[in-house]
Design a protein around this ligand. Structure first.
Ligand SMILES: Nc1ncnc2c1ncn2[C@@H]1O[C@H](COP(=O)(O)OP(=O)(O)OP(=O)(O)O)[C@@H](O)[C@H]1O
Length: 319
């Protein structure tokens, strides 16, 4: 690799508390691979929650690239630390957490050595980032069921069982889902009603399961909004266990729309889940900033805009 193909200053932020505690052993191998992509690579281990955000805010502009080794919570911090910088660094996400949903959406290979090797290809894309009140989110924001799943997450179970603990938590939560009253205003109008979950997705992976909407994109300046009524819970169960579509027969129980901004109010203040982290309550003022931050990306699955129409076109072309 010649000098033109390396970044000058690279920073690797490492959250040893992400995932199932095996990152320390992998660190030597990963930093060895990444060191070849930079003239100088500095390594900082986080000491406590909030460190990734602070380090990105304080040191992000001095770096050309910031590699983040951790899970979605760590990515959430990095995004919040970088999004307000005048010249943010390129972000390279190394999937070191439990679900790593955002890295999946970016098309990063999930084995860590392959992810590190993929960073060397220096493929950078500007990616949409969501905004909720005073915070940024990378992958999703939501209330109701989704927040309860995160809340019911048992830290010990997550350490020992990893992704399986999400299934345990999801099923525990599905049986206890409590409907709430909401008022929603989007660029397509106002609506109100009862729901068990409202989810606004930027990426297309949730709990390492693909959100079954063909049109979710990280570069379209739109959030995919799902309003799930109580009767839609069985569809959620089928989606989570079998990857079944959320949007076919259950259309009435699950309202789906795309919007670049919305406001959400509930009768009582409800915990808002952002990228699996919870520290804000409704009301929520939500938007998405198109192509806000540069990320290293891998090969992303092609998401079709209008599958039904595509199929029709394909059929008529064959006739
Ligand atoms: N040194 C630390 N000690 C304790 N917690 C930390 C430390 N550094 C970071 N954290 C916190 O660890 C939490 C968990 O990390 P993260 O969400 O990245 O991994 P994960 O939960 O295993 O993965 P995922 O969110 O992809 O399922 C984050 O909320 C982060 O703030």
């Amino acid at each position: 690799m010649d000098m033109d193909e390396t970044w000058k200053n690279g920073l690797l932020i490492y959250n040893g508390h992400a995932g199932q505690g095996e990152l320390r052993e992998r660190l030597g191998q990963i930093s060895g691979i990444l060191a070849e992509t930079c003239d100088r690579l500095s390594l900082i281990a986080t000491k406590e929650p909030g460190d990734t955000e602070r380090i990105c805010r304080e040191e992000g502009e001095m770096a050309d690239v910031v590699f983040v080794l951790g899970g979605d919570g760590t990515v959430h911090e990095a995004v919040n630390g970088c999004a307000d910088l005048d010249s943010p660094p390129v972000l390279g996400i190394l999937p070191g957490g439990t679900c790593n949903d955002f890295s999946r959406a970016l098309g990063i290979p999930q084995p860590l050595d392959k992810a590190a090797a993929a960073m060397a290809s220096r493929k950078v894309d500007l990616i949409d980032i969501g905004r909720m009140n005073d915070r940024w989110f990378s992958n999703f924001m939501g209330i109701g069921l989704i927040a309860e799943v995160s809340e019911n997450q048992d830290a010990k179970l997550k350490q020992s069982m990893g992704r399986l603990s999400y299934y345990v938590s999801t099923f525990k939560t599905l049986s206890q889902a409590r409907p709430f009253h909401y008022q929603l205003e989007t660029d397509q109008g106002r609506q109100e009603g009862e729901a068990v979950m409202i989810l606004a997705a930027n990426g297309f992976s949730l709990g390492a399961v693909q959100i079954p909407s063909p049109s979710i994109s990280l570069e379209d300046g739109l959030l995919d909004l799902f309003i799930v009524r109580e009767a839609g819970l069985s569809s959620i169960r089928h989606w989570f266990t079998q990857g079944a579509s959320l949007l076919d027969e259950s259309q009435e129980d699950i309202v789906y729309l795309q919007t670049s901004e919305f406001t959400l109010q509930t009768e009582h203040g409800m915990a808002i889940d952002m990228d699996g982290e919870m520290y804000r309550f409704t009301p929520a003022d939500v938007s998405v900033k198109k192509k806000k931050l540069p990320f290293l990306t891998g090969t992303r699955p092609v998401r079709r805009e209008q599958p039904a129409q595509d199929e029709e076109d394909h059929k008529s072309a064959q006739q």
